[in-house]
Design a protein around this ligand. Structure first.
Ligand SMILES: Nc1nc2c(ncn2[C@@H]2O[C@H](COP(=O)(O)OP(=O)(O)OP(=O)(O)O)[C@@H](O)[C@H]2O)c(=O)[nH]1
Ligand SMILES: [Mg+2]
Length: 216
């Protein structure tokens, strides 16, 4: 059973200010916060699990799991030896800076170098709220299709990195990686793109190197 915090809407309405304050405070503590967004089931927890297995010894990882219900993801992460906490969003489809702060500080963050926020699974609302993260990362998985940047442009245009996961399934789906990258680059010229499979480990090195480059 994971520690679970029930959240409700932030009391303050000035989310942008709260987000900036949180970002600065965490930087002073030497803690990199990464906001991980995607549609449900695209592979966030699996990517985090593989990342923890690969680099948790070098850079301690903690995960804030945000869901509408359940603690299954937090239990999975804890079973790998990383710190984790589950927050419930009171039915809301996103996290804001105040909710992120309450969840993060519900964990013991001593020695932690990277905190991931696994945001609520959807491609719309999470892109609209600054969580206070230093880097915003999106996952798109091969089975979702290469046309998603055309349909959900906001999230693709605001992220620092895009992980294209489940590359091991490419043979079973019609997914044109080059076309996908072209759509994304039209929206966001500077985005870093990492094609990976969290199942086979393909491409994980480049993703993990990027994480380590961004450590404080
Ligand atoms: N073949 C393959 N399957 C994967 C990969 N990554 C995740 N999966 C599978 O995809 C399913 C969903 O993965 P999760 O990691 O739970 O996805 P999620 O985004 O955390 O899901 P929610 O938290 O419910 O939004 C699981 O059955 C995983 O085993 C991958 O790289 N390759
Ligand atoms: Mg998950």
């Amino acid at each position: 059973m994971a520690k679970v915090i029930e959240l409700n809407k932030s009391v303050t309405e000035s989310n942008d200010r709260d987000a900036q304050e949180l970002r600065e405070e965490l930087k002073e503590k030497g803690l990199l916060l990464i906001n991980l967004m995607s549609s449900p089931g695209s592979g966030k927890t699996t990517l985090l699990s593989r990342t923890i297995t690969d680099i948790n010894d070098e850079a301690k990882i903690a995960v804030l799991e945000a869901d509408i219900a359940s603690d299954v993801d937090a239990v999975k992460i804890e079973s790998l030896g990383a710190k984790s906490i589950q927050v419930h969003t009171d039915g809301m489809c996103h996290m804001d800076a105040g909710m992120t702060r309450r969840g993060l500080f519900g964990m013991d963050l001593s020695d932690v170098k990277i905190a991931f926020l696994e945001n609520v699974g959807n491609l719309i609302c999470p892109a609209e709220f600054d969580t206070g993260a230093h880097k915003n990362v999106m996952i798109l998985s091969v089975p979702e299709g290469d046309d998603k940047p055309l349909k959900y442009p906001l999230m693709f245009s605001m992220v620092d990195a895009l992980v294209i996961t489940k590359m091991d399934t490419k043979g079973y789906f019609t997914f044109d990686l080059d076309a996908c990258i072209e759509h994304v680059k039209k929206l966001n010229r500077n985005v870093q793109i990492f094609p990976v499979s969290a199942k086979t480990g393909e491409g994980m090195d480049a993703w993990e190197a990027w994480l380590k480059e961004n450590l404080f």
